[in-house]
Design a protein around this ligand. Sequence first.
Ligand code: PLP
Length: 551
Amino acid sequence: MDKLLPGRAPVYEMLEQYRLKGNISYHVPGHKNGQAYSGAEWAGFLGEIMRYDVTEITGSDDLHHPEGVIKEAQELAAACFGADESYFLVGGSTVGNLALILTVCPEPGMTIIVQRNSHKSIIHGLMLAGARAVFLEPQLDPQSGLAVAPAAKAVQAALGAYPEAAAVLITMPNYYGMGSDLAPLAQACHDSGVPLLVDEAHGAHYGMHLAFPAGALSCGADGVVQSTHKMLPALTMGAMLHVQGPLLDRALLRQRLAMVQSSSPSYPLMASLDLARRLVHVRREEAFTAGLAAVDVLQRGLAELPRFGLLQPAVPLQPSGGAGAAAADTAPPDTAAAYGTQDPFKAVIYDAAGVLGGFELQRRLEERGIVPEMSDARHVVLAFSLGSQAEEAARLVNALQEIAAEAPPVEVPPAIRTADTAGAPSAAQQGLADDGPQALSELGGDSGIVISTWNNFNSLSFSEPVRFSMKPVRSSETQSVALEYSVGRAAAEMVIPYPPGIPLLYPGEIITGAILQRLTGLREGGAKFQACTDPALQHILVYHTEKGGEV
Ligand SMILES: Cc1ncc(COP(=O)(O)O)c(C=O)c1O
């Protein structure tokens, strides 16, 4: 391959040439470059996309055996994101997570150490692989009550207890853009000779500007999945898997990717990955100037409007130093902060006066034409990107001013007001210790924990291995009970509040009082549930017997 040129977008350029040539199509797809819709005005937008929608023909290369434009585009992506190799994903981070798990656990019964509050694609990967999962409890940020990644010492302890583990799989950043230093976790994995896999679905832009936290690859992760469509400008489902170092079997990984991805991947989608990469590769930090200026408008607006707090780490980690920068000053594993980094593109706001919950704040914003990414009982997540504009952020600030005026704060006696200048509920108010981040188990209970679709706790820092399989749940083994009467029963279905799609229960898991409290809180708050038979979650499917057995 000739020298890689960041300004090239090989897949996109090939498609543009294909379109200009006006060849006669005697190949699939059946829409024949959109001709099938000619005369149908309602199909206008489809017609435009279909002119670029080719398949594997001469010159267009093959995602599963790349030798031409796709190979070059993936090499450019690897150079841009600091990987040894990058793979285009056309089924989102979902397929990247599946392929990684199927690679490190190639045979049923293998052990993998996994963060408990993981996206459902990870749980599905465990099922497909027939893996034994040792779940790591996430740490808790006491200020916000939100769950962040597990501590390095929990990773070390789990690796010590299960030396047969094939890999460790962590999610960073979380849906709220919160994170910590991954380098100690990578170190703990490498000391045990296992790869660190990171679901970085929400951090495709990490390390690309000094304002962003360091990316997982620069912290030493071996396999990293990124949804390029989430925080960089690719079409929906466009994602990438990056690998580095010797710890992942790349031949097996390619085979696994071929198993979980279509043999007819979308070329417009791959071209959008190519173009998203080119945009940040060529323009580098400058690509983010406008988006960060929009964030600045919001931050300044909030400084004048203390009614709304903005989530920030109490002790921020130092900035990333740009793409591919080595993580220099890594704190020793046992003192690293649970929440040290915040993605400025994820603005997490809350009503500091405690009048409006997150769901209600989201509703009031949507009434004004402002559509947030998600909300929980307290917070609203507003996702910015390099496509955000300052004027839009000014409209957001106006909307917040209006909302503040129409829902005035209730007078609270000074004695119980928070000491926190930003106005977030203090650790003491939440019933939590305020001496730094801790695992929930150390906090002795669930009181005050934010009811978030992201949070998911067990009481130990890591679990016994949980055996997953594809065994279907048989209706003869289950019954539907009112959610309120489900404590102590083994769930016979997954319960996945969405977004972001973190299963709070998987089949076989015992429903505890804490889980019930969290589920009812979410239900009353208006959260949407996927995967369960009663999407309103009035009832839940449980096993007849106390133990559900193998998942
Ligand atoms: C943490 C996390 N991982 C993976 C995914 C799956 O990503 P995708 O939608 O690109 O398949 C999501 C989706 O929301 C997510 O939040």
